[in-house]
Write a protein that binds this ligand. Sequence first.
Ligand code: SF4
Ligand code: MG
Length: 330
Amino acid sequence: TKHFPVRRRLRGLLSRTRLTVHAVDDVDLTLRRGRVTALVGESGSGKSTVARLLAQLQPLTAGTVRLHGTPVTVRGGRPFRAYVRRVQMIFQDPFASLNPVHTVRYHLTRALRVHGNAGRSSADLEAALAGLLDRVSLTPAERYLDKFPHELSGGQRQRVAIARALGADPEVLLADEPVSMLDVSIRLGVLNLLRDLKERLRLAVLYITHDIASARYFADETLVMYAGRLVEGGDSETVTQHPAHPYTRLLIESAPDPDRITGATRAGDGERGGGEPPSLIRPPAGCRFHPRCPAAMPRCGTDLPPRLAVGDRPGHWAACWLYDPAEATS
Ligand code: SF4
Ligand code: MG
């Protein structure tokens, strides 16, 4: 759970009332090695905040992050250091995440050194650098090592950012919209690379996206987030082909082209049909989707739906009263 305090401007004056943004509430998820988990939702749904909480870039308001069952509590303590090494993040904009005045060699060397993976000799270092670039299919290494970020294409920059993350020898990659700023023609290549790395290095990957069609293509498991809460989860095939939650159905209906992984452009992110996501300062009571939901019942406006099993596909759930067994019999 993550709540941010904010102050609201009232007629130009800073109000004294402290308001709270309920950015993430009770999000419970498990990443597993060798598995891609997609976290899908509109912009403003809290999915990037989930990534930052998992990366320990921000403290939680409530709850716990665990690695192999060990809670990561004290910042700077030993579990914390082990954790930040094992859990690496890839950002949406590789141009912003790479320093323009430094070469590929500098970025990768630094990552290797910080995490103690640079070896002892300069030959070790060169081998490690070549190994990293080989893993992201930038070969031969000499062609790329002394280039600056602006000398690379967007796809090559994102590959360098991925190589840098791999320099820590991570178990978990948190990828926040890793292809949404890339040309459509090269998105598939980067997603295929991530999928390949997941297999070869047995990485646990969290793939954050607003493009549910790409989740079907790329992720093993899909979780759908709405207004700070998870609303549906299951294996990707089930969630995308047999969506249960009315919000997931809306996402799929409004996806521009479900057969391609192009998804919405940045401009289209957030422009979904059927109304707007609610304010997270005063989120709706009960089910947060009820003001937009075509199937809303009276209890939806007051009672928060728990995770309920859907159909006969194991692991498929929705936080929606439609799947309350009592609803079927009443
Ligand atoms: Fe719609 Fe009610 Fe289900 Fe929420 S709980 S998605 S309002 S039917
Ligand atoms: Mg985001």
